[in-house]
Design a protein around this ligand. Structure first.
Ligand code: ADP
Ligand code: GLC
Length: 520
């Protein structure tokens, strides 16, 4: 009896069947962030860890990211340079760690991708190295990774490098072509978070990055006579996912395909749309350190404290009038994708609505200036913070009454899910992940969680905002709407399990081999 009990206990729920997954991404919270990719790169690994898998994320150590214990070192030749880097470990959850790729000459800069609105001229090199370093690290492991899961164009070369660098190479290997046709590397998955960003560079990079001219074809990584990192990922990964089912359908059409729709269609059988979840710990109105008072679906009146704090923080007078007037919030990269041209087209009528607008965002100078001008024009009604500010983003989600996301396209979108959780009713365009997460409000039966419009047209957006504003004074209806949203389940568990299904499909033989013989 006692002996039986003393048998080595598994550390995780099912370690024998747990997979070892290596992820590559250009951003990961809390170490770097420009958008939703960073949120996903924290939450998905943690969710996979909770399911009993073991996830390592490799991401650049940009300026300001912390130090940490050295978990490995890589040395790779790329583009005629010899780069060495340490990998600094940060544990982010059970079975989930981030390794910060510490290569100051490539990543210790004022910006992440650009500075003063200009992309770094060596971005091809910076992100080729990210993939190459990750593959080199993988090749050093005594116990190989089962799956290499790479993200967006910045990780697009990983499947090719995985083909080129096998475990037989030492840590000081240069990128070179594997002589074997059966590469011993983990199976690869590419997740497309946004097809609009493709990592396109002059073809002179092809040999410099150790790539083969043989692959510079339509079926490879050639894109209008240039090198496309994203196309490389799409064509060379074992499986492709994107971040919502609707976006997976949309990107097969020219309208949303960014000239890659044909490439995506050709890989239709390998493509799956998996909806992002949200990190329920980070975005929890009942325990959010950025809010003056906690609230949830059962304590909705306490949301008013956040509204008050929001008005104060954005320099709008707090009065009975402004507390009653609905606040429409936005937290957004200020780029074409986010529908800012619709706002520009109806700025005046918008500013004349009986609403307060509170904006946090950064991006295209044209849109930044637009918001600055609008705030100067109607300082009592419009207040924009131009910059990247996490605490303000949380306060907008909590203190606003409505959240506006009129996106031209939206692969998934996280803010509308944060809004729903914070009882802030989303007004969104019916596109991509917004369709998959916001259900239209139906006044007949009180069902639904938000307001949607279909046509990408300023009038359609304006009318939908007006409908939301007209609904707002009816507190019974509004509370129901808020609660419908607050009770929606956007936890990561289900989506993480979907990824696991894809991983396992890529590795049926290996997974079975690694499972221990059962004693029945
Ligand atoms: P995208 O990744 O296209 O920008 P998402 O909705 O998926 O859109 O994710 C955006 C993420 O970035 C959210 O977590 C949002 O709060 C955050 N964010 C965007 N702009 C800012 C900003 N200016 N300040 C703080 N957080 C921001
Ligand atoms: C991209 C998309 C956004 C998505 C995020 C995380 O930045 O624009 O819609 O939510 O990635 O997957």
């Amino acid at each position: 009896m006692a002996k039986k009990a003393a048998k080595p206990k598994p550390k995780a729920p099912s370690p024998a069947r747990g997979l070892r997954i290596l992820m590559i991404a250009s951003e990961a919270q809390p170490f770097s962030k420009t958008g939703g990719l960073a949120d996903v790169m924290a939450a998905l690994p943690k969710a996979l860890g909770r399911l009993g898998h073991d996830v390592t994320v490799i991401t650049p150590r940009y300026r300001g990211a912390p130090d940490g214990p050295v978990a490995g070192a890589v040395a790779v030749d790329v583009a005629g340079y010899h780069f060495r880097a340490r990998l600094l470990e940060q544990i982010i959850g059970t079975g989930a760690r981030v390794l910060l790729l510490d290569c100051p000459e490539l990543y210790d800069r004022a910006g992440i991708y650009h500075e003063g609105g200009v992309d770094y001229p060596d971005n091809a090199l910076r992100y080729a190295f990210l993939s190459a370093a990750a593959i080199d690290f993988a090749a050093q492991q005594a116990e190989p990774f089962d799956i290499l899961h790479t993200h967006d164009w910045q990780g697009g070369l990983a499947p090719i490098y995985a083909r080129m660098l096998g475990p037989q190479h030492s840590s000081t290997s240069a990128l070179q072509h594997s002589s074997t046709s059966a590469p011993q590397h983990p199976s690869t998955v590419l997740t497309i978070h946004n097809l609009a960003y493709q990592g396109i560079f002059e073809k002179s990079w092809v040999p410099r990055l150790g790539l083969r001219w043989d692959d510079f074809t339509i079926a490879g990584f050639e894109f209008f006579d240039r090198l496309s990192f994203l196309k490389a990922g799409i064509n060379f990964a074992g499986a492709i996912t994107t971040v919502s089912p609707t976006y997976a359908e949309e990107i097969e059409r020219p309208e949303y395909g960014h000239a890659l729709d044909g490439v995506i269609r050709a890989r239709h059988d390998r493509l799956t749309g998996i909806l992002n979840g949200i990190d329920l710990d980070e975005w929890n109105p009942a325990a959010d350190p950025h809010l003056p008072e906690p609230f949830d679906a059962d304590r909705l009146p306490a949301k008013a404290a956040s509204k008050r704090a929001l008005l104060q923080r954005f320099g709008i007078e707090v009065s009975d009038e402004t507390m009653v007037r609905p606040i429409v919030g936005m937290v957004s990269r200020m780029v074409d994708q986010k529908g800012l041209d619709l706002i520009a087209a109806v700025a005046e009528p918008l500013a004349s609505l009986d609403a307060t607008f509170v904006i946090v965002g950064t991006g295209d100078p044209i849109y930044q200036d637009m918001w600055r001008r609008l705030s100067q024009w109607r300082p009592d009604r419009i207040s924009a913070f131009i910059g990247f500010d996490e605490p303000r983003a949380h306060l907008v989600e909590a203190g606003a009454d409505m959240f506006l996301m009129p996106s031209r396209f939206e692969p998934c979108g996280l803010n509308q899910m944060y809004s729903l959780r914070y009882g802030t009713v989303p007004i969104v365009r019916a596109v991509g992940g917004l369709v998959d997460t916001v259900r239209p409000y139906n006044p007949k039966n009180g069902q639904g969680t938000g307001f949607l419009f279909s046509e990408y047209e300023p009038g359609a957006m304006l009318r939908t905002i007006e409908t939301a504003l007209a609904t707002f004074p009816n507190k019974r209806v509004w509370n129901r709407l808020q609660k419908n949203g607050m009770r929606a389940d956007f936890s990561w568990g289900r989506s993480a399990a979907e990824y696991v299904k894809i991983y396992r499909r890529l590795l049926p033989a290996r997974t079975t081999r690694r499972a221990p013989a059962s004693k029945g």
